[in-house]
Design a protein around this ligand. Structure first.
Ligand code: MN
Length: 265
């Protein structure tokens, strides 16, 4: 039998526990913030696309130097095309983007990537100009890096294994990539992306659109605008697509593929 003393002690302890529970339940709930509805992924959550250094500034946008000599990619692209492509076409995209944004100091605080991923935030009168020239700046910035004078050959590292798993081998992947690039009507790009579901996928975009506009991460891409190949290859796009593999920079593509995994995590 319990003594009165013991009953009183238990009652006292229970009262204390109840008071403590009451106090704790009155505290603000720290997880509330993470339960708020999710907006479209912000810049902070999308892995860096332009380079390992971060996103492209729009205040103002600047033409990055070509990471090698104009003659360096001669296995696939002639020096005159490289000079016109970088100093002419890419420079124009940069200048035209800055021109579009010159009255929009608020937008200049955004990165080029953030503007492309949220084009609805850009006033309608400059939206197409920002889309085409911001896209052109981003696409070419990626393009110069995923090519190298020491490039070509078979893929290496993780990307080689993932290409094998996804496409059934490098030759089959190349075939599908070249086919898609050849089938893109008019001007545009052919890409290997990591889609929002985390899978490798070959896609094409029109004009200077970039896959980030659809929430996908561009791992590698080839420019199929005529300005990319017309001097050497004339109208033979298929031959350009085929030769281009001789300058593909697999170490950089492996790095991009690893970064792109953050998209799915
Ligand atoms: Mn181009």
């Amino acid at each position: 039998m319990m003594t009165k003393f013991l009953r009183d002690k238990i009652a006292f302890l229970l009262t204390g526990v109840m008071l403590a529970v009451l106090l704790i339940s009155c505290q603000p709930v720290p997880v509330a913030e993470s339960q708020s509805p999710k907006a479209t992924p912000t810049t902070a959550t999308f892995p860096p696309v332009a380079s390992p250094d971060g996103e492209l500034s729009a205040a103002p946008a600047k033409l990055p130097p070509l990471p090698y000599d104009y003659t360096a990619l001669g296995k696939a692209i002639d020096a005159e095309t490289m000079k016109l492509h970088h100093d002419g076409h890419h420079a124009s995209y940069v200048n035209n983007l800055n021109d579009a944004l010159k009255q929009e100091s608020g937008l200049q605080k955004s990165s080029v990537e953030a503007l492309l991923r949220d084009l609805n935030s850009v006033p309608e009168n400059i939206r197409t100009k920002v889309r085409n020239n911001g896209g052109g700046h981003l696409n070419h910035t990626i393009f110069w890096q995923i090519m190298s004078p020491e490039g070509g050959g078979e893929p290496t590292g993780e990307i080689a294994q993932e290409i094998n798993r996804t496409f059934g081998g490098f030759d089959e992947f190349k075939k599908q990539f070249n086919q898609a690039g050849g089938d893109r009507f008019g001007s545009g790009w052919v890409w290997l992306v990591r889609n929002p579901a985390g899978q490798l996928q070959i896609v094409t975009t029109a004009n200077q659109d970039n896959p980030i506009m659809d929430g996908a991460y561009p791992i590698m891409g080839n420019d199929v605008w005529e300005h990319a190949y017309y001097l050497r290859y004339r109208n033979r796009r298929a031959e350009y697509l085929n030769n281009w593999w001789n300058v593909v920079n697999w170490p950089e593509i492996n790095r991009r593929s690893q970064v792109s995994l953050q998209l799915a995590s």
